[in-house]
Design a protein around this ligand. Structure first.
Ligand code: NAP
Length: 310
């Protein structure tokens, strides 16, 4: 008999097939409609762009583990899980490279205006003249907000471009890169500010008007973390008024995002939450979700448990 799981959020067909080969997964609708099934659910699988309400856990008396596909767990009811001794796992590390690659790619794409350049050639505008100049990354001052696994990977990948690096977080990690405890000060001292801290109440709108003003008209913001970290209304206003130079955004306050004001801006590069979206990385993430489930149900140590702070 396969173990019954509740699945909240969709997986790619190949990953769904992997899950279904080992477990019996059920939709929220099916579980809500059948109390006997709800009583058999021992695991919950989800993904990090899903917000899971605490009352979903309350309806699953036998729930032992919540396994999310992704590293962010700002959408999970961690306190409710901890209160019942329910294990929580995520998929850290295996996605660092993909997110860091996207971050560097988006930064270069924005500075060298690659989407506009592509349109310039496709639309035949090249026949009538040359494009406006872009900006070099070399020699720029880069600030990283949230120098964790992904932030460090980004910093290491940016070093060979000849940038100078500093970072902000809650603590000095005593690294070769300069620590700046004051976020506005870091923005003031940066040409490029990269957001790589976790989402959640503690970081909500961390990048506010004061930070954007400090980054200034030549400054560039890159957000590959969570939309909730940035005051998006203030960001759009700053971009429209050109008090901020530009922004490369992979994540948004509301997703999917179809903000017409953002879409109308020339000084932005937008992506639909693609950080970990490579074939190789998504496979590694699914493998890790399954490893966590297997280990849990075999009574073994979890490969990547989420440890609650505080
Ligand atoms: P991590 O290793 O936990 O790193 C997070 C870093 O943020 C830590 O170094 C922490 O340093 C810092 N931090 C925590 N709270 C902070 C605060 N209030 N202010 C400033 N810095 C703070 O996490 P990770 O694996 O690098 O992932 C980072 C985030 O990237 C995830 O939470 C996720 O939301 C996002 N992500 C996005 C995508 C995408 O598709 N775009 C993909 C994967 C991950 P201190 O403890 O010193 O403060």
């Amino acid at each position: 008999m396969k173990i019954d799981l509740l699945q909240v959020g969709a997986y790619a067909p190949a990953h769904q097939a992997q899950l279904d080969a080992e477990f019996s997964s059920h939709s929220l609708e099916a579980v809500e409609a059948d109390p006997a099934l709800a009583g058999r659910i021992r695991g919950l699988v989800t993904r990090s762009n899903v917000t899971l309400a605490a009352d979903v856990l309350a309806r699953l008396p036998q729930l032992e583990i919540v396994a999310t596909f992704g590293v962010g767990y700002d959408g999970l009811p961690l306190a409710a899980a901890a209160a019942r001794g329910i294990a929580v796992t995520n998929t850290p590390e295996v996605l660092n490279t993909a997110v860091a690659e996207l971050c560097v790619g988006m930064l270069l794409g924005l500075m060298r205006r690659l989407p506009a350049a592509d349109r310039f050639v496709r639309d035949g505008q090249w026949m009538n003249g040359t494009m406006a100049l872009g900006t070099s990354l070399s020699g720029k001052r880069v600030g990283v907000v949230g120098l964790g696994r992904i932030g460090k990977d980004i910093a290491r990948r940016l070093e060979p471009f000849g940038v100078s690096l500093a970072y902000h977080g809650r603590s000095d990690q005593h690294l070769a890169w300069r620590y700046e405890p004051d976020l506005v000060r870091l923005a003031q001292d940066s040409d490029v500010l990269i957001v790589a801290a976790p989402g959640g109440p503690a970081t909500r709108k961390l990048i506010d008007r004061a930070v954007l003003d400090a980054l200034g008209p030549q400054g560039v913001l890159v957000n590959i973390a969570r939309g909730s970290l940035v005051d998006q209304a203030a960001l759009i206003e700053a971009l429209e008024q050109k008090t901020l130079g530009g922004a490369a955004l992979d994540v948004f306050e509301q997703e999917p995002c179809a903000d017409v004001r953002l879409a109308a801006l020339e000084n932005v590069l937008l992506a639909p939450h693609l950080g970990s979206a490579t074939v190789e990385t998504r496979q590694a993430m699914m493998d890790l979700v399954l490893d966590n489930l297997r280990c849990h149900f075999a009574g073994q140590a979890l490969p990547t448990p989420v440890i609650m702070e505080g």
